[in-house]
Design a protein around this ligand. Structure first.
Ligand code: SF4
Length: 223
């Protein structure tokens, strides 16, 4: 995305949600000093520099240069998932993380999708409940919670990054709040919202033992 357009969107987001945390994710390749200053000026309070791992070669020394640049602008480093920062609330001091898809984060349990499925690389095991965490479906219905996260791919909304077979809805056709309202009483979506995929069939007579057996047979809660 071109910088002026990104800045316009950020300013609009900041004006509309003055108390929300405004985050930008980037690989850092074009994050020079003036760009960082412009992002901060537009109201950004968290910069997530992703793709620092063995799958995404980055220019040598770029991470150190970025750290110096953040430091010069008073932006403090924190580790990804640092519970000291409320994910949904605006911060007094802007911060950043530099991270990647490393075995201890995300790819330790490679998701069952796309090329990971095709090439047999997925390492998600039946005992991994990836629904019960951020980027899973946990809390997707919980308006006002800092855990609430909806994955929108183009205009199709899902409760999690993995994506359910049946989407929640289309934000081009219906406001997101109305989409969530429509699902808020459904026991299947409520079970996913609780991070409890085993419970998705309870209302239809499929007990937890049945769910556990199917999860074992299929290899993961998501399947
Ligand atoms: S179990 Fe379903 S809702 Fe939960 S993370 Fe997997 S695909 Fe998403």
């Amino acid at each position: 995305m071109e910088l002026p357009l990104l800045l316009d969107l950020l300013r609009a987001g900041r004006a509309r949600y003055p108390h929300a945390r405004l985050a930008v994710q980037t690989n850092g390749n074009r994050l020079d000093g003036p760009t960082l200053a412009a992002l901060l000026d537009a109201g950004v309070d968290y910069v997530s520099v992703a793709s620092y791992d063995r799958f995404h070669p980055q220019p040598a020394g770029q991470d150190d240069a970025l750290r110096a640049r953040f430091d010069a602008h008073g932006v403090v480093e924190r580790s990804v998932g640092d519970p000291g920062t409320s994910p949904g609330a605006r911060q007094r001091i802007a911060d950043y993380s530099i991270w990647g898809t490393n075995p201890e984060l995300w790819v330790g349990e490679i998701w069952l999708r796309g090329r990971a499925m095709k090439h047999g690389l997925a390492r998600l095991l039946p005992e991994h409940n990836c629904c019960n965490r951020w980027s899973g479906a946990l809390g997707f219905l919980d308006d006002g919670s800092s855990m609430q996260e909806i994955a929108i791919q183009l205009t199709t909304a899902y409760p999690c990054c993995r994506g359910t077979v049946e989407p929640l809805g289309d934000v081009a056709a219906e406001p997101l709040a109305a989409i969530l309202d429509r699902h808020s009483a459904d026991p299947v979506w409520r079970a996913l919202n609780a991070g409890d995929p085993e419970a998705t069939g309870l209302a239809d007579g499929f007990d937890r033992e049945h769910a556990r057996r199917r999860i074992r047979e299929l290899g993961s809660v998501c399947l």
